[in-house]
Design a protein around this ligand. Structure first.
Ligand code: WTA
Length: 632
């Protein structure tokens, strides 16, 4: 399964395009299936519908855990590094993980969960989070992990959207010097939940802080586990049964519950993990993401465990106790593959190099990034200082919706090139197209990025809203539309230039502007808001809000702070705006559409050259906004 040379890559890629079914069925054959599939792929772009390994039956945890018990039972599956370096780390072998997952799966059953039920997981980065995810999968419950930095309102929206029957959480969580009151946030979420669908809450004791336990609803994790058997036969799943839902921001309205199913997701995450990270037996692999995001799902939990790898989980933040923490962890465990986000690199490169140089990073063989474009300066710093000038960098492009990495340079096989993600993995057929939807051929070229053939882990839907699924990703014929723009150079390498919709990526987190605007508009003094992104040297992009008020206020700074507090409360601190400007009006077209293009330029500090503004209803407003902007 592992590609080792460029010739092999070219051959494998050709085969994957000429005979996709043959190609993927050979890879799928490496796994345990309870019943073999009848048809590798059936698809219909118009519906849209994608069915991989139809007729096949399996359980993904049998492949993540049971399959390794013969020869890897005593190998470390998970290394957990706590927030506080003085607290003891944990190492969990495959045998232990199998046991813990089975026990917790039995707890879920006993507490009333069965196949198809949705379980919301709102936990910090502790091993129990991975155990909870796998326990759900073992009994066929659909997990919906919500990042433990989200507010009660965001948690409630997600619980309601999927009508989750159970919530798994902790008393609190540690992040650097902060403690987050997870149970308190969860309690509020359950109070405001419209569906009131959650019947049971299981609470892990992490910080020991005081929490309210609601009799009949809330149970301590430890108590729930008492007497739970370590024998839990797997639930037999159809290949197309949903495995999980994971919410991601859209350009409008409420978050989208992205659905992934069992068979295709398993095959793709395992295959991509082994190839993209060139994982070899015994390697120590570390992805710094949170399991609350797709990167953690596919490349902390499923991909690595399917491959029998040793995967690390880090509870803390890169700057605690100091900004050398990542590098000390790399040295401590002799990490071989290190995978992080460009925003983390940009933040860490601001500190003295001494913090890097005190650690021995010679174990590293692959260093990677994901989540947003990595700028050349950060790339060069990463290569030179972390990769000793020679370790290959992988700039991996993919999305929550794609389930796994689609475009990158396989390390040791394809050359890395700053700002270019690289080439498609076998089985992935990217295309560029223009605004009319026409494919743009050749090199060099530029356009919107689409994928013109299904791959096994393509999302199968948006929970409860197949119309939106179709509208968002399949509005152009016979392809999946990514929402990203891209360039292709003469080598065929792709460079992702950023979103072409109203999603802004801030520190690697996708933020839809509409939901944040809605929160601001709810403020009694606000008439209308428009949010755009502007370049930021650490976050990549930051948010700039232009707000029209009902009346002038004396204390604009106070109001700006209040608005940011409101955003943090309703959505989460990650959605706070770096700049807030109160404006007399917003530039609008005659049809009433806000001209965001102009606001983007103003936010980036430009004062002229706004292009064609002849369709503007109120050109005078632009001048007024600029005046106040430069006065800021
Ligand atoms: C962006 C994260 C440039 C892109 C796995 C995509 C990237 C969105 C890269 C998905 C990259 C991700 N270079 N941009 N290597 N990787 N993106 O759903 O805009 O959180 O559409 O998935 O992040 O973000 P998501």
């Amino acid at each position: 399964m592992q590609i080792k040379t460029v010739e092999q890559y070219v051959d494998t890629y050709r085969k994957s395009v000429a005979d996709p079914e043959g190609f993927w069925s050979e890879i799928a054959g490496h796994f345990i299936w309870k019943k073999p599939w009848e048809k590798v792929l059936q698809y219909d772009w118009d519906k849209p519908e994608f069915r991989w390994f139809e007729g096949g039956q399996l359980n993904i945890t049998e492949n993540c855990l049971d399959r390794h018990l013969d020869d890897k039972a005593d190998r470390t599956a998970i290394i957990w590094e706590p927030n506080d370096p003085n607290e003891e780390a944990r190492k969990i072998t495959y045998r232990e993980l199998h046991k813990e997952v089975s026990r917790f799966a039995n707890v879920l059953k006993k507490q009333g969960i069965s196949k198809g039920d949705r379980v919301c997981i709102y936990l910090p980065m502790i091993p129990e989070l991975a155990i909870a995810v796998l326990a759900c999968a073992r009994i066929g419950a659909i997990h919906s992990v919500v990042f433990a930095g989200f507010s009660s309102k965001s948690l409630a929206t997600r619980i309601d959207d999927a009508t989750c029957k159970m919530l798994l959480t902790a008393d609190g969580g540690y992040r650097g010097t902060k403690t987050i009151a997870l149970k308190e946030i969860a309690d509020k979420a359950l109070e405001i939940s419209e569906t009131q669908s959650v019947e049971k809450v299981i609470v892990f004791k992490r910080t020991g802080q005081n929490v309210d336990m609601l009799e009949g609803r809330d149970i301590w994790w430890e108590e729930a586990l008492e007497g739970a058997s370590a024998d839990c036969p797997v639930e037999v799943m159809e290949a197309e049964d949903p495995l999980f839902i994971l919410y991601t921001s859209g350009s409008t309205g409420k978050p989208k519950g992205i659905i992934h199913t069992t068979g295709g997701y398993m095959v793709y995450t395992a295959y991509s993990f082994i190839n993209v990270f060139q994982y070899n037996e015994g390697d120590i692999y570390w992805c710094t993401a949170d399991i609350g995001w797709i990167t953690g799902h596919s490349y902390i939990v499923y991909g690595p465990l399917l491959a029998g790898a040793t995967t690390m989980m880090f509870e803390g933040v890169p700057t605690f106790p100091d900004a050398g923490r990542f590098w000390q962890i790399v040295e401590k465990y002799k990490v071989n593959q290190f995978y992080t986000a460009p925003t983390a690199i940009r933040a860490l490169m601001k500190y003295p190099l001494e913090l890097v140089q005190r650690s021995d990073l010679s174990s590293l063989r692959v260093i990677g990034t994901v989540g947003e474009p990595i700028n050349e300066e950060a790339w060069v710093w990463y290569k030179k200082n972390i990769g000793n000038g020679e370790v290959p960098i992988i700039d991996t492009w993919w999305q929550t919706e794609t389930g796994g990495i689609l475009i990158t340079t396989i390390p040791g096989v394809l050359h890395d090139e700053p700002t270019y993600a690289g080439l498609p993995l076998p089985g992935v057929q990217p295309m560029l197209f223009d605004e009319m939807g026409e494919e743009v051929e050749g090199f060099p070229s530029e356009g919107r990025l689409g994928i013109k053939f299904p791959w096994p882990s393509i999302t199968r839907g948006i929970w409860g809203d197949q119309e939106r699924y179709k509208r968002t990703y399949f509005s152009f014929e016979n392809r999946y539309f990514t929402g990203d723009g891209a360039l292709r150079n003469k080598r065929g390498y792709y460079r992702i230039t950023g979103r072409v919709d109203d999603v802004i990526i801030v520190s690697g987190h996708n933020l839809g502007t509409a939901p944040i605007e809605d929160v601001i508009d709810d403020h009694p003094l606000v008439v209308e808001t428009a949010i755009v992104g502007f370049p930021h040297d650490v976050k990549g992009n930051a948010l700039y809000a232009f707000i029209i008020l009902k009346q002038n206020v004396d204390e604009e700074d106070e109001l700006a702070l209040e608005i940011n507090r409101l955003i943090a409360k309703k959505i989460g601190p990650i959605a706070k705006c770096d700049k807030i400007q109160f404006v007399p009006g917003l530039p609008k077209t005659r049809s009433g559409k806000i001209m965001r293009r102009i606001l983007r330029k103003i936010a980036a500090g430009e004062t002229s050259d706004f292009g064609d503004i002849s369709t503007l209803l109120n050109p005078e407003v632009v001048e007024k906004i600029i005046q106040k902007n430069s006065a800021l």
